[in-house]
Design a protein around this ligand. Sequence first.
Ligand SMILES: *[C@@H]1O[C@H](CO)[C@@H](O)[C@H](O)[C@H]1NC(C)=O
Ligand SMILES: *[C@@H]1O[C@H](CO)[C@@H](O)[C@H](O)[C@H]1NC(C)=O
Ligand SMILES: *[C@@H]1O[C@H](CO)[C@@H](O)[C@H](O)[C@H]1NC(C)=O
Ligand SMILES: *[C@@H]1O[C@H](CO)[C@@H](O)[C@H](O)[C@H]1NC(C)=O
Ligand SMILES: *[C@@H]1O[C@H](CO)[C@@H](O)[C@H](O)[C@H]1NC(C)=O
Ligand SMILES: *[C@@H]1O[C@H](CO)[C@@H](O)[C@H](O)[C@H]1NC(C)=O
Ligand SMILES: *[C@@H]1O[C@H](CO)[C@@H](O)[C@H](O)[C@H]1NC(C)=O
Ligand SMILES: *[C@@H]1O[C@H](CO)[C@@H](O)[C@H](O)[C@H]1NC(C)=O
Length: 400
Amino acid sequence: MKVNQSLMAALTENMLIVNMLLSLFFLPGALTVYCGVYNPALRITTPNNMQALIGSCLQIPCTYNTENPTYDRGKTIYGVWMKGGVILLSSPSFVIFNSSGSINTYSLNITGNLKEKNCTTLFPNLTTSHTDIYFFRVENVVYRASACADPLQITVKDSPWSPSINLPSDLKEHQSVTVTCSAFTPCPQSPPELTWNLQQDSLRQTEKNTDGTFTTKIQETITLSDTHDGYNIRCSARYPVIGGNKTAETKVTLSVSYAPRNTSASISPSGLVSAGSWVELSCSSRAKPPPSFTWFRNNKDGATNVSVGQVYKFNSTEEEKFYCVATNDLGQQKSSVILVDIKDDQSSEFQILNILKILGIVLLCTSIIIFEWWFRFSKKPKKEPEEPTYVNNVMVTKES
Ligand SMILES: *[C@@H]1O[C@H](CO)[C@@H](O)[C@H](O)[C@H]1NC(C)=O
Ligand SMILES: *[C@@H]1O[C@H](CO)[C@@H](O)[C@H](O)[C@H]1NC(C)=O
Ligand SMILES: *[C@@H]1O[C@H](CO)[C@@H](O)[C@H](O)[C@H]1NC(C)=O
Ligand SMILES: *[C@@H]1O[C@H](CO)[C@@H](O)[C@H](O)[C@H]1NC(C)=O
Ligand SMILES: *[C@@H]1O[C@H](CO)[C@@H](O)[C@H](O)[C@H]1NC(C)=O
Ligand SMILES: *[C@@H]1O[C@H](CO)[C@@H](O)[C@H](O)[C@H]1NC(C)=O
Ligand SMILES: *[C@@H]1O[C@H](CO)[C@@H](O)[C@H](O)[C@H]1NC(C)=O
Ligand SMILES: *[C@@H]1O[C@H](CO)[C@@H](O)[C@H](O)[C@H]1NC(C)=O
């Protein structure tokens, strides 16, 4: 058993030998991570790729696992982070952190409990020079192993990530939907501030994802109506970084289906139409998806379906009433009734007759008045006393 153990130790140690050789010939603190022909003596669980923002922090979720019998849970365990190096190639990795406190180039902090195999690490205040591959290593009594098969790529960016807006697809009016705006949160210690053009006091929450990374989100439940169709939801994430904030915005345009609205019928030509001429009725409505139209004629017995389509053109013969119905998947709506009013030719003849009658009466009245006057004038001299007539300067009075 002891032989076996020392063999295992030798296997995990072969790397250290190389390391020592490298230390002799190259820079101090350089290690070469070999994975080679052996099963890796140490495995860690972290995301393979992590992104971070300049001037912000990065929390690396990490747990490790080893079945190696030389690993002694009871003894002091050191966690080591190495930067650089490529697997299977003998380019060196540099030790940047040793939880013993001997090395800490980048002010790292293993916040996880190493005894519980939790190697969660906080990387504060990143810069672009931190973009690299990192390896984790455990040193415990004789057990010394690097997680050579689990490199961690860290990419440090200058621009923040646009938040994502999530809502169900296939939106319909009257539906109650929960809209969420969520932002990637590499540094849960200073999560992004989220704001949007929906309700302002939406509660911000930073939640842990299954892989140990974090997401910050705000959400709101809205009841959809036709007015939401075409509405732009804008959400912005403001990441606090050393010396300021970095902001990114996302926009989503809502597409909401709704039943027909503002359905109305119009007639052309408007006003009275002469019998035997063409009349065009047109129906309009606001609906999503676009509606289909059906025309109905109102009779004494009810309504008859007369035409399908937005426009109904026909030869008018008599006074009739019509309405249209707009229909889509979500419902239908009736327009108000429209009257096709025919010019009544008989009635116009009647009117002319009436005018003639009135004219006749007026003429009659005038003739009567004129006659009356003439009659009076012709009668007047008889009523006045007769002037005396003179015959040879002798007044002769007429005897009556
Ligand atoms: C880490 O620190 C311990 C304690 O000082 C030391 O024994 C070990 O060699 C160091 N490991 C590395 C890789 O620097
Ligand atoms: C490391 O993190 C722990 C817990 O978050 C904290 O108590 C400790 O002060 C930190 N150490 C350093 C050196 O920042
Ligand atoms: C590891 O430690 C961190 C604290 O730094 C904690 O948040 C996390 O839940 C721990 N992970 C596991 C798997 O216990
Ligand atoms: C963050 O890192 C930059 C570059 O390394 C340094 O100039 C700055 O002082 C650091 N800030 C803090 C608060 O650690
Ligand atoms: C950063 O944003 C916060 C709000 O999240 C604000 O109070 C602060 O003034 C901003 N700082 C700068 C430097 O713009
Ligand atoms: C459409 O109908 C709504 C009521 O359903 C009304 O408030 C609105 O003013 C109408 N719009 C037009 C352009 O007629
Ligand atoms: C309309 O119908 C009447 C009778 O059916 C016909 O005499 C007339 O020519 C038609 N008008 C047109 C424009 O077709
Ligand atoms: C109206 O009639 C057409 C064909 O005559 C038919 O396809 C359509 O379904 C009818 N519409 C209604 C609402 O009755």
